[in-house]
Design a protein around this ligand. Structure first.
Ligand SMILES: *Cc1c(COP(=O)(O)O)cnc(C)c1O
Length: 346
């Protein structure tokens, strides 16, 4: 049985067209500022987010951690959602690289508003680290691919200005959010000081993220990227994949969302899940209706890839999951349902 890989949208492989485009790239030493293709990608990203400049980074983790480092100084504190990638899945980077503590917001599947932030801003008192940064994540991975209303970030931006704080957007999947909500990347980004965007997730590039912000911010970020060991030489080949991804693979994300919605519907119809987080983009987070160990055995038997987030199971649709794969998955879920009924698991 063919393995259908729903573990993550990071598993996508570059298409033949992308590779052809890559081979034609003009390259140079980017640490010396001599790679025209990297520069082209950075200009394109800056244009899409309507920021002054951008920086090509090897990973989303590095892009986020650079932004956190540039916007803060130790001892300091950031305000994030308890689900945030920068806090949970980046190896303790904010503490290690930037000497920060964090205050966390709960609820709302990773989406919050200015009132939740305001109560967490420290007063000017020697007992407390100065609050310096707010990080928002759109779409929010652990929130089940949840999407931010633009009003929320607008109000958070107003509040941040009142208190002299910066706002960073972890936009690893920003375009998924844009397509689901109907706003543009530039509109959403007008309310943040910096944004990181993954090229290697649903957009299908083999690696890389772009970090966007004002000129001074990017100048400082370039210094920190080198410090973190992320200065890359003939990176134009990889940047070319990023350009191809931004030019060709944004609109099609709609298809991934449709697929995710269909899979969630099938789970629901077959009563295979006790709870499913609202599917807004390409991520399905659900709690199976049978014991985890039984569910895992069934997924393995039917060759369906997954990841776990605590008691939740996660599936992610992406550009290597075809219409036929979705039909195939629905059939496999029907077979799983039969197995469960026959063995009286449910
Ligand atoms: C994937 C991801 C990142 C960055 O991950 P890398 O694997 O380092 O590229 C950051 N934030 C979110 C929300 C992500 O999903």
């Amino acid at each position: 049985m063919k393995f259908i890989d729903l573990r993550s949208d990071t598993v996508t492989k570059p298409s033949g067209e992308m590779l052809e485009f890559m081979l034609k790239a003009e390259v140079g030493d980017d640490v010396l500022g001599e790679d025209p293709t990297v520069r082209e990608l950075e200009k394109l990203a800056a244009c899409i987010t309507e920021k002054e400049d951008a920086l090509f980074c090897p990973s989303g983790t590095m892009a986020n951690q650079i932004a956190i480092k540039v916007w803060t100084s130790s001892p300091g504190e950031m305000i994030v959602h308890e689900y945030s990638h920068v806090l949970l899945y980046e190896g303790g980077g904010p503490a290690f690289h930037s000497g920060l503590t964090a205050k966390t917001i709960k609820g709302g599947n990773g989406v919050f508003d200015d009132t939740a932030v305001e109560s967490l801003i420290n007063p000017d008192d020697i007992h407390f680290p100065p609050t310096q940064l707010i990080v928002v994540e759109n779409s929010c991975n652990k929130g089940g691919g949840s999407v931010w209303p633009i009003e929320n970030v607008k109000k958070i931006k107003d509040l941040s200005e009142k208190h002299g704080l910066k706002v960073h957007l972890d936009g690893a999947r920003l375009f998924n959010a844009c397509i689901a909500a109907g706003y543009s990347a530039r509109d959403f980004c007008s309310y943040v000081d910096s944004v990181s965007i993954c090229l290697s997730k649903g957009l299908g590039a083999p690696l890389g993220s772009v970090l966007c912000g004002n000129e001074q911010f990017i100048k400082s970020s370039r210094r920190i990227r080198k410090l973190f060991g992320g200065g890359m030489r003939q990176a134009g080949y990889m940047a070319a994949c990023g350009i191809f991804a931004l030019q060709n693979n944004i609109d099609r994300l709609e298809q991934d969302h449709k697929h995710a919605y269909e899979l969630a519907e099938t789970l629901q119809e077959l009563k295979l899940a006790d709870e499913i987080k609202p599917v807004q983009t390409n991520i399905i987070l659900y709690r199976p209706s049978v014991e985890s160990s039984i569910w895992i055995n069934l997924l393995e038997k039917f060759s369906i890839g997954y990841t776990r987030m605590g008691e939740w199971f996660r599936w992610v649709t992406h550009l290597n999951i075809t219409v036929e794969d979705i039909q195939d998955l629905k059939n496999r879920l029907n077979s799983i349902k039969n197995e469960i009924s026959q063995k009286n698991f449910a």
